[in-house]
Design a protein around this ligand. Structure first.
Ligand code: IMP
Ligand code: MG
Length: 184
């Protein structure tokens, strides 16, 4: 889906498809260098990270394993509840693995700081984070993001995996959702 297909619902495009592609290539070069000889386990956080995972993994010129977790910290609204629940756990044994969590966005940081600690307790050799987007609120909780795409303003965004009420995930760009969509 293009931004023009839902232009009435969007305030503006914040990060375009081509800016995302260029940034992921940049991050992939760093990851290849950092994981030289160690096959990373990419852990995608469902459902928002599906697009980042698909594009980052294909950009990487090294072998990787991929696994998925589903956690929930959000209801249907736009505010973080702070409550994290595992809806789907990993299939992979983390013992001595170098884990790279792949996320779409860090807002409060609650989800990722919880997840990083949780995976660290399973015997992983290292747990790092790659996130495409970060909002200013993430500064409140101390989450170390080793690979960051873009710092963005504190707006509710959709597209490239990010949804509002399960819509807009298939939008190619990341765009600011017009307030009338969630205020109505
Ligand atoms: P946190 O625990 O507050 O960092 O929440 C992170 C999760 O909230 C992300 O993985 C998203 O699923 C969701 N989220 C946070 N901000 C947005 C947004 O602007 N649009 C869509 N989803 C968001
Ligand atoms: Mg998410």
């Amino acid at each position: 889906m293009e931004a023009s297909d839902v232009s009435a619902d969007l305030t503006r495009v914040l990060v375009s498809e081509s800016e995302i592609r260029a940034k992921l290539a940049e991050l992939a070069r760093r990851i290849e260098n950092d994981y030289d000889g160690d096959r990373p386990l990419l852990v995608g956080v469902l459902k928002g990270a599906v697009m980042v995972m698909a594009d980052l993994a294909r950009e990487l010129r090294i072998h990787v394993d991929m696994d998925w977790m589903a956690v929930s910290s959000y209801g249907a609204g736009t505010q973080s509840s702070g409550v994290v629940r595992i809806l789907k756990d990993l299939d992979t044994d983390l013992t001595d693995r170098r884990v790279l969590i792949v996320e779409d966005i860090i807002d409060s940081g609650l989800t990722l700081s919880w997840l990083k600690e949780n995976l660290g307790l399973r015997g992983a050799k290292s747990v790092e984070i790659c996130a495409l987007l970060r909002k200013p609120g993430a500064a409140k909780v101390d989450v170390d993001v080793t690979y960051l795409g873009f710092d963005i303003p504190n707006e509710f965004v959709v597209g490239y995996g990010l949804d509002y009420a399960n819509r807009y995930r298939n939008l190619r760009d990341v765009a600011i959702l017009a307030p009338h969509v969630y205020e109505s």
